[in-house]
Design a protein around this ligand. Sequence first.
Ligand code: ATP
Length: 411
Amino acid sequence: LAGKLGRELGLPVYAVGGFVRDLLLNKPNQDIDLVVEGNGIALAKALAQELGGRVREHQEFLTSVVIFKDAKGAESRIDVATARLEYYEYPAALPTVELSSIKMDLFRRDFSINALAVRLDSTPFGQLVDFFGGQRDIKERVIRVLHTLSFVEDPTRCLRAVRFEQRYDFRISTSAERLVKNALDLKLMDKLAGPRLFGEFKHICDEDNPLACLVRMDQLGILSAIAPQLTLIPTRKALLQTLQDMLSWYRLLYFEKIPQAWLVYFLGLSHGLPYADTSDLFLRLGLPENKRGEILNQREQMRAVRGRLEAWQKRQNGQTSKVSALCEVLAPLSLESLLYLMAETGDEDLQKKLSRYITQWQHEKADISGDDLKELGLPPGPLYSHILRSALKAKLDGEALGRDAQLALAV
Ligand code: ATP
């Protein structure tokens, strides 16, 4: 469709970046990025009209997003950019924008494997545009930069290089690895704004194997260049591995509630650090203030819960401890904190209990409901929640008498 519209409007249009890379790698990728030589916004508008969607324009950068509903009714987006030339006034600065061609657009990208395009308005349809050997590098499974100043221009590319290397089991080319080291020697990581770092870390945490990325970043010296506290000491590395296993375990269960992976890994990265160091670390990693507050709060909550858990376990040894009491202890914790506690504890029994809490106990409901109590003619009020809580408690502790008996008891 974009190709047809491009032809009609006389605008050369290309699919670019990750979409083309993954096409050649035979991997699924739903993120379509288009580049138009000429008026990208005009093409975006035409596309939105055909798709029954709308356009969000960023006139300043000549880019736009077409937002529309796909065949399944889900919201989809297509980014449409105008081919442009970028100047960087100094490393990591915001670009000034000027009109230019697809070659310049591709040249400003990070790696050769991401600098491929497919022309969509051409006949025959779908010519591959490969100025920088991207197709060869995909075949050779190598991450190569397009010029020697690439990491100076944008140090987040050091993290991106590792992410793609680990995701596809490629290798960073020897020269690119040397350039990463140069960038680190020049202390360029210090110049990187926090929010960009956070964005990249979040992407890493969403990979299938974030730990592999972190280990490689550690090996290349990227982690310690970002913040010395990040160095992967063995205990932290082992914990991160367990966290990754726990997340995989949880995802296999297909529960509706999806944990924020970055939060779990950030808890792991700050393992063993005092409060002040953790706060500094999260500041450096560019966490927005509300997220920093959230994660620090979760750490503090876990501290309190650890103490109560210990007390619960001691009682359990005396056989008097109840599941309902454990549920009360764990109730304030987020899913991310629960997964963290599960990974952190070396105690197998506690780990099992936590997993049952996550998968079963926390979702348990009393066998009777407020409607039942209403039907019995009980006046609505605080009594209801008291009765329902007691019924749930009894159920959790295996003391439930069955629905009818519980109702009778309520009366
Ligand atoms: P993913 O599969 O992780 O989404 P992607 O390649 O689509 O990978 P995006 O971050 O969406 O990643 O970027 C889209 C494209 O924009 C990339 O393929 C690359 O060409 C370009 N790009 C993104 N970030 C940078 C950067 N820091 N420097 C240069 N080019 C970049």
